[in-house]
Design a protein around this ligand. Structure first.
Ligand code: P6P
Length: 347
């Protein structure tokens, strides 16, 4: 009789823990608790359009309870589940200006910290567009047995121990890496488990999708404008036309490009002079996934995971996806740099 052959998230985590000889299970337990929080958030997100919770705050639901914005709800769920894990001593999230430190005895000795955007793109929930949770995990650099310190939350991205995202889309997926490849799990609501559906994910070297909010085109740096024009001509090497695809939800745009090949761009603009996306809990985790899948993530000149954050909420220009596409964009940004230096010296 054919058995129901699935690999659940927890089974996969435990199986792969064996690959880390010195692992004592802390990271495994932490990742499992991220999965539990994702399932709780998913339950609310999937019915957000009904009477319970809308994307906007300030409404009172039929029980007369003060309604929370979905991202506040998601933030509270992840914080409570992660504290219950006892495996993190502190958290930084987009929803909280200050870092959250746990000083209960269990958590104070924990060796990990976590940064996250609990519900990225939540403004899309009212129009039923996919949204996501983005997270990354570091070892603490402050002394165990004390509260987490600010320096724990501004580490260079290359120090990440794990990173991932949850995509609340047509199906709900959790995609993560611990530095040994990328694996994707799809939630089977009939059994309430994330099941391995995309083992060892790799992104195509080239793609024909570019994702950018072209409403800001007039203000983009010249190198980015030149790259968009390049995408709008048929690619001379492959004779392939490009497609512009932009959902306005980072996790959804990135996930599609990860599978099909493509580049996501969020350049500086007058409204966001250093870019809109946050280095620590949006750009770094997605960059870790991208690199582990064979792709690349840059701020236009530098590897994202080499940047030293100044604060947990620092914003940076962000270009991520198929390696050859990010390379081409960087080349066009450099060319403009050279041209503008030439024009300055009057060559
Ligand atoms: P814009 C959502 O608000 C978000 O943070 C990302 O998920 C998304 O990629 C970006 O902002 C969209 O920004 O300016 O194009 O609406």
């Amino acid at each position: 009789m054919k058995t129901y052959s699935i690999t659940t998230l927890n089974e996969f985590i435990i199986k792969n823990q064996a690959d880390f000889p010195y692992a004592k299970g802390e990271l495994s337990r932490l990742l499992s608790h991220v999965g539990i929080a994702a399932k709780i958030v998913n339950k609310k997100v999937k019915k957000a359009g009904l009477v319970d919770i809308l994307g906007e705050s300030g409404f009172v639901n039929i029980q007369g309870e003060e309604q929370k914005k979905m991202d506040v709800f998601a933030d509270e769920v992840f914080i409570s589940r992660l504290q219950a894990s006892g495996e993190v001593c502190g958290i930084a999230t987009e929803e909280n200006q200050e870092i959250i430190t746990f000083d209960d005895n269990l958590s104070k000795d924990a060796k990990y910290i976590l940064l996250m955007d609990p519900l990225d793109g939540s403004s899309n929930i009212d129009v039923n567009v996919s949204i996501g949770t983005i997270f990354c995990i570091f070892r603490r650099v402050s002394k165990n047995g004390n509260k987490a310190k600010p320096e724990d939350f501004v580490q260079v991205g290359s120090q990440m121990v794990a990173a991932g995202y949850v995509l609340y889309g047509s199906s709900t997926m959790m995609v993560y890496t611990t530095g040994r490849g990328v694996n994707g799990f799809t939630l089977d609501p009939t059994i309430g488990e994330f099941c391995l559906s995309h083992p060892n994910m790799k992104t195509p070297e080239y793609g024909t999708i570019y994702s950018i909010n072209e409403g800001n085109y007039a203000k983009f740096p010249d190198g980015v404008k030149n790259y968009i024009k390049y995408c709008q001509e048929v690619d001379p090497e492959s004779n392939r036309p490009y497609s512009s695809r932009y959902i306005g939800s980072l996790v959804a745009d990135f996930h599609r490009n990860l599978l099909k090949g493509g580049i996501f761009l969020y350049p500086p603009s007058p409204g966001a002079p250093t870019g809109k996306l946050r280095l620590t809990y949006e750009c770094n985790p997605i960059a870790f996934i991208a690199e582990q899948a064979g792709g690349k993530a840059s701020d236009g000149e530098n590897r994202i995971m080499d940047l030293k954050p100044e604060s947990p909420h620092q914003r940076v220009p962000y270009y991520v996806g198929s390696r050859a596409m990010v390379d081409k964009l960087e080349e066009m940004i450099r060319e403009v740099g050279v041209e503008s230096r030439k024009s300055e010296v009057g060559d």
